[in-house]
Design a protein around this ligand. Sequence first.
Ligand SMILES: C[S@@+](CC[C@H](N)C(=O)[O-])C[C@H]1O[C@@H](n2cnc3c(N)ncnc32)[C@H](O)[C@@H]1O
Length: 443
Amino acid sequence: MNPFSILDTRTKDWKNRKDWWITTCGIQSELGREDTQSRTMFWDSPTNVSVFDPVLCELMYDWFSPKGGMVLDPFSGGSVRGIVAEELGRKYIGIDLSHSQIEANKQQSNKPTWICGDSDTELDKLHNESYDFVFTCPPYYDLEVYSDSPLDISTMNDTDFDEKYKSILQKSVSKLKQNRFYCIVVSEVREQSKTGDYKIGKYKRLVSKTIDILEEGGLSFYNDMVLFNSQHQASRVGKTYFERNRKIPSVHQNILVFVKGNPDIATIEIEGGDPMCRVDGKEYLSFRHAAIDIYPNELVATEVQRRCLSTKSKYKEWQIIGEETTPTIKCEVDGIPFESPKQISDLVGLSENECRYRVDSNNPIYRHWKRTDEWDITYQEMQDLWKGIIRLELPMISCDGMEFYSLNEAGEYYNISSERVRQKLNSDKYFNWIYLDNIFIHK
Ligand SMILES: C[S@@+](CC[C@H](N)C(=O)[O-])C[C@H]1O[C@@H](n2cnc3c(N)ncnc32)[C@H](O)[C@@H]1O
């Protein structure tokens, strides 16, 4: 089915698919609504009450919810949205005020979770940000009155309807996870003219009010689709209305899709798959997923990939899962590994140039600064080693147990010339005057 903004229920494919759902899953979504008072003229249903379309359910779950996802419906109505969700591997939680409705649904399937109660209170019992999709179809004001319960919004006057409708919808928004879609099917309803209370029959703006309520609740209006219903009823009675006062019979319903957060991330997460990279401990399904979630304005997938492949410490929290990198140790000081002179500089406080100089220096007091490629350790192991004591210079001679960093220093201490110190170091007579670490042999 092409994801276009008009979904045509009159096509052969659609009708065949609908029949397939109804026969295969024994969906009798019209059941449980025997007490419904309907003044709908254009529903194409034998009982003249609205019956939600299983094919529409299938498309909305397939397009806007993740397999295995949790679906919330604050106005569950008949069984169809619940049964199709479970058949498509989603977990469905549907709330409806009508006891007879819930019982009729349970008769048809116990896989969905049916909650009987006022959504305005039942939703408060559910965890916030824990559902992957909200999919619902509310009462359209009093177009159909489902019960005589004062909590049933279809029984309320427009003001009370708007207030409770807003409360229920905005509570359902808070139950939706970030980066997820929200779909609601609504239609316009005209004000009713009654004897002694003439009305022109203008629309009550249920569609635009729903958009305002959900945007105010934190969602972004994202897709606007139309469900093209059968024209059968409309062509039968609509002409009268049109001729009388140019009322256009409605043969469609509005399918409004909203997104909470980012639609790109929502789509990536709906498609699912195994996590492939991890950034700062958070797993992502793709480099693009990470880029959009972390810095949508600055980061692109290729830069995420570059950072994940980099062995540099500054990107150690950027990893491809299963191909984790380890640091490339290029130098060490006093047996402590570093990736670069810059890294030494950051740790010991000497300038980067000074560190580079010491690594490449032949000065014996920096003999423990060296280039190396012998290390194979993790970032954590490297950083643990940094906690050790790092001697920035090593004494080069020992004179009677006293260590000195230069011949000059020893000379000053013993008040002799550095040349005299050298002589003593090279003389067998002064066997306690030695070069440390056989400096001269190696360097
Ligand atoms: C049936 S649906 C809307 C019709 C739609 N065409 C359908 O088939 O899904 C509306 C449902 O909202 C329920 N309802 C009305 N007020 C409610 C409330 N405060 N809390 C929960 N459900 C409510 C009614 O019992 C009714 O079953």
